[in-house]
Design a protein around this ligand. Sequence first.
Ligand SMILES: [Zn+2]
Length: 205
Amino acid sequence: MIAAVPVYAVLSQPTLVLNRHWTPIRICTVKKALGLLAKGVAHVIVPDTYKCYDFQSWADLRAAADEPHIRTVSLRIKVPEMILLRSCDHAGTPRVVFSRRNLFRRDKNTCQYCGRRLPSEALSIDHVVPRALGGKSTWTNCVVACHSCNVGKGNKLLPDAGMKLLKPPREPRWRPSVLVTLPVRRRESWDHFISEAYWNVELEE
Ligand SMILES: [Zn+2]
C-alpha cells in the first residue's frame, strides 16, 4: 500500500532550477516551480531523457495514481523535479551577496596589501577609495586588510599612502557548488547536473 502524501507536503518538496545554460542556480519548492511553469517562464526537464515540457504537455502526461502528484479538479500533475528557465530574466544569473563573510572568503583571509594570511579577528575591511572621499561599499572598492595596513593607509588614496594592492578587487563569480551544501533533501535525479556544475566551476581557476 502506498501512503497518501498530503498535497501541501508535495507542494513544499524541492525542485532544482537550471538557468537557460543548464546550470543549476537554486532550489525552489514544487509550488513555485509549477507557478513558473504555468506562467510559461520555465519548462520541466525530465532528468533521464532531458526532454522538455511546457505546462500543457506536462499536464497531459498525467501522473499515475501511485506517484507523487498534484491534483486539480481535472488534472493529476506530476511533480517536476527539475525546471529550466527560458530567459536570462528571473535571476538566471545569480550574484554573490556582498557580505563581510563572503569578502573574507574572496580574499582568502589575506591582507590585500602585505599578503599576510591571518585569522578573521586580525583583519578588517578596507575601502580602497576611503568612504570619507566618496568610496562605496562594493566588491570592487573593498578588500581585506590587516590592522597595521589599514591604519597605515588611513583615509588616503593608495598613491598618497604609498601602498599597492596585490590584485584588483573583483566581484566573485557565483559557484553552483553552494547547492551541494544546501540543507534540503537532494533528489537523485539532480546528481548529474550538480556534480557536473561543481567540477566545471572548481576546475576553472
Ligand atoms: Zn597587511
